[in-house]
Design a binder for this molecule. Sequence first.
Ligand code: AMP
Ligand code: GLY
Length: 419
Amino acid sequence: MDVLVIGGGGREHAIVWAFKKSPKVNKIYALPGNAGIEEIAECENISVMDFENILKFLEAHKNIDLVFVAPDDPLAGGLVDFLEDKGYRVFGPRKNAAIIEGSKSFAKKLMKKYGIPTASYEEFTDYEKALSYVEKQKCPIVIKADGLALGKGVIIAENIDEAKQALYDMMVNETFKEAGKKVIIEEFLKGKEVTVLSFCDGKTIIPMVSSQDHKRAYDNDEGLNTGGMGTFSPSQCYTKQMEDYVYNNIMLKTVDAMNKEGRTFKGVLYFGLMITDDGVKVLEYNARFGDPETQVILPRLDSDFTDIVLSVIEGKLDKADIRWKKESAVCVILASGGYPKNYKKGFEIKIGDIDKDILLFHAGTKKGEGGKLLTNGGRVIGVTALGSNIDEARKKAYKNIEKIYFENMHFRKDIGIKL
Ligand code: AMP
Ligand code: GLY
């Protein structure tokens, strides 16, 4: 079968790579893709939000029988509905279910109503009311823009002045436009963060192997929050007991809650969890594969990816064969110097003799004149290695990074060290 993947980051490269391994898949297309995806799929520079041109692309490629929508924006914007309603077979939640990520206010209300453990919170649309509430709270306190804000809409305020500034930026300055007109002010949770992705067909939910993301830009968790500077799988602190608790008290409850609300969720449901002294709590839901979590999860998958994707779409996930490799995986992100703030693009990327078992998942890359590989974004390449344990995988990843160079290349040296 021929497959179209919507998106063009490291996550999408990993998804295209997983489809490529499947004996069922013939040709793969990606919109817009990137220089790495281009090596294994046909790409065209159509934006993930340009629904009309995505449809035209499908009409011009009648051989495509499966569309996989990977990023948050088109999911929240209803691309799945748009294409399904035209008769296409699409993987991803419809708009009314993708809201579980698209509106933090929706997600918090859902958890409160159905007794799913999460941080306590209040929500505000009135700046003055938010301000007077926050003045009475203890710090640190968490201020969140309601809508999608490219992963930047969460501020952990260490003191009241920072909290007030965050409210001003979101509600008065409208830094995140519409996304910040409503804010959530949330209790700060202390603990270790674990990500557990799951496949969900609306009835059955099956967790994938766990992972942990390093979100801050610099070593020792210093610097600004980024989209993710590296990941490893499995998490070293997520016990079997926690797994059972999360499955029964968070995952099943969420599927049931979404059904009761008339918002059946089909796709990948992402659980951002905090392991606190008071038990495991939900930090956030995402309606999709995480980036860069996917770059360590899919390489550990030991079953056919296409079969699982089809079983989700067909509502037959209970019959799916989902097995995982015993090996651990580490992914280190090579970023442009300056990311997540301003950075320059267009530097040539030189890649030496990389070990055969290393996976390079491209994010912000493009082909320049004469086929030169150029940087084209904040996160540039994810270097993934598998090993018999995290330590071995990490050493393999870092050894190979020595063979990759571009001007101002920045990466964390401690991915998979502080477990
Ligand atoms: P979110 O987009 O809600 O996952 O928030 C982004 C990041 O902010 C999370 O991965 C956490 O590191 C942090 N965060 C969010 N909410 C809280 C909270 N209530 N307490 C502590 N940290 C949080
Ligand atoms: N790595 C976090 C995310 O994909 O949202």
